[in-house]
Design a protein around this ligand. Structure first.
Ligand SMILES: Cc1cc2nc3c(=O)[nH]c(=O)nc-3n(C[C@H](O)[C@H](O)[C@H](O)COP(=O)(O)OP(=O)(O)OC[C@H]3O[C@@H](n4cnc5c(N)ncnc54)[C@H](O)[C@@H]3O)c2cc1C
Length: 343
């Protein structure tokens, strides 16, 4: 079986992950269409090699070299379908840059993903952890996903329910080796009310007398301004955004925690409560911590940073210390959000 046409060997991945962690891929191929993807997968299979899909590398922690084939998915494409007065469906190639798509959609007057502006990465990775921000999640607009199913060895379509979306979670995150997403389909609206009710965003627009005049692009720009104030730009300060998920606890656990820590920050739901992981970490004194390699951002305790030539092991060691402290003080387990690649 022929190898992929542009197969690279011993390729450094440092510039391809936003934590700038050192790691080498034994083999590397960029694919720009479905046929090339299937060919690369078949070749890896015949060689007995593991594969790893990398988009923008903004949710990966590379702890070791990868002794297999890394596939950079660069399948492009933006196709409008079913355009009506109310809205339209947009079909996107997995390699499309998510934030560019948000600006394109909001700039075209469509609503639904403007609150997800400035999230790095690709459209193909967006369903993996059901990206979310400022009260909106991808699942709110996603119609379906087209993916290569490594088990059935064919392309399949999964509708929204089949993707089993939850908070920063999906079928794809739970079975990372099974599905390779090549396309996503979103339903966008022309009439949906804009979602401005979330903390910082609400404050950003609080002085505006006529919120009804806001366009989706205004909201996307508001989100960008708020995010730029709070989150470090990975181009300047290597990071993967939130390193931990907000822990979800039962109402009973929440009552106990609140009795012991009256100021505890949380987002109450109907039957459970999401604790603010950043608050828990901050209370344990980690915000702004740094050693000679890695640290915690000084404005946002959820963000771990590679200050200077840190490795995946350095990042995981720091994460381990933070988790141990939070477990000790609050009895709460923090779950790591990005995918750890340990070889
Ligand atoms: C500064 C910053 C801010 C962020 N803010 C947010 C935020 O507000 N909300 C949020 O939810 N996330 C946020 N993130 C995390 C990250 O941007 C998202 O998870 C994003 O969707 C990852 O996209 P990517 O292309 O970089 O994925 P990668 O890091 O390349 O991959 C992530 C995982 O998805 C898999 N994957 C990638 N592409 C595919 C595909 N086509 N098919 C199947 N699997 C695939 C990979 O194998 C890996 O397991 C932030 C990250 C940073 C650096």
């Amino acid at each position: 079986m022929d190898p992929p046409s542009n197969l690279g060997k011993e390729i450094a991945l440092k510039s391809m992950n936003t934590l700038r962690l050192p790691s080498t891929a034994r083999f590397f191929a960029e694919v720009t269409d479905e046929q090339a993807l299937v060919k690369a997968l078949n070749w890896a299979d015949a060689q007995g090699l593991e594969t790893l899909i990398v988009g923008g590398g903004s949710n990966l922690v590379l702890v070791a070299d990868f002794d297999g084939l890394v596939i950079h998915l660069a399948i492009k494409g933006r196709q409008w379908e079913n355009v009506s007065e109310d809205g339209a469906t947009l079909v996107l190639g997995a390699g499309e840059h998510w934030h560019d798509v948000v600006l394109y959609v909001a700039g075209s007057g469509y609503r639904g993903i403007e609150n997800l502006a400035l999230i790095p990465g690709t459209c193909g990775a967006a369903p993996v952890q059901n990206i979310g921000a400022y009260g909106v999640e991808l699942k709110d607009t996603l119609v379906s996903v087209k993916a290569w199913d490594c088990e059935q060895q064919k392309m399949i379509i999964l509708d929204n329910a089949a993707c089993q979306f939850a908070y920063r979670d999906s079928l794809f995150k739970r079975l990372p080796r099974r599905y390779l997403i090549v396309q996503i389909k979103l339903r966008l609206s022309r009439t949906l009310p804009l979602s401005l009710g979330y903390g910082d965003l609400m404050q950003y627009f609080s002085d505006l007398p006529d919120k009804a005049a806001l366009t989706p692009l205004d909201v996307a720009e508001g989100v960008m301004a708020v995010r730029r104030r709070k989150l470090p730009d990975p181009e300047q300060i290597p990071n993967v955004g939130s390193f931990f998920k907000n822990p979800v606890v039962s109402m009973a656990e929440w009552e106990q925690l609140k009795a012991k820590f009256p100021d505890i920050a949380a987002y109450p739901g109907d039957s459970s409560v999401k604790l603010a992981a950043a608050w828990l970490i901050d209370q344990c004194g980690w915000k702004g911590y740094r050693n000679n390699k890695v640290g915690v951002h000084n404005h946002q305790a959820l963000v771990l940073i590679n200050h200077s030539n840190g490795t995946g092991k350095d990042i995981l060691a720091l994460a381990g210390r933070i988790r141990a402290d939070v477990a000790d003080v609050f009895g709460v387990e923090l779950e790591i959000e990005p995918r750890i690649i340990s070889g």
